[in-house]
Design a binder for this molecule. Sequence first.
Ligand SMILES: [Fe+2]
Ligand SMILES: [Fe+2]
Length: 192
Amino acid sequence: MSDQIPDRNDALELLKKYNKKEGLIRHALAVESVMGHFARKFGEDEEKWRVIGLVHDLDYEMYPEEHCKKCVELFEEHHWPEEYIRAVVSHGWEICSDVKPESLLEKTLYAIDELTGLVASSALMRPSKSILDIKAKSVKKKFKTKSFAAGVDREVILKGAGFLDMELSDLITEVIAGMRPVAEEIGLKGNL
Ligand SMILES: [Fe+2]
Ligand SMILES: [Fe+2]
């Protein structure tokens, strides 16, 4: 790694070292793309935001019981900077970590992680099976249907929207826009 700042190649290499399941790789790519979208929107460091999005669930496949804990060890072994590690750990605030999201990057990651899952599940329900023609309104309807994608924690999403001082509908709109550039890679191009 050049001067200890991980770039996208470092992140992808590390991700693929510990993650083999297609679903998890797709989730990582979706979160990466949305983080890049928000970094541009907020005028922040796009590569840093992307890199952290890409590796945020690094330990989940191999160490699900130690999610947000084991990764600290893995990142340290690979000499990742403290700022990056803290950001990753904070996405599991109150679930698997007690590190509260503080920076704009951390708040954004926290707000969009679960929501990418809800958007993906909602897109797959469409006749097109595509994220390219989905509207925020239909995701919001699914949000309110608690039995739909029940594993998606609505409370986390609402807290995240609060952190960003954004309306839920606006957050959904931005997440959809952030996922579209990788529609194909994340299996959500559908038949469009
Ligand atoms: Fe996670
Ligand atoms: Fe995640």
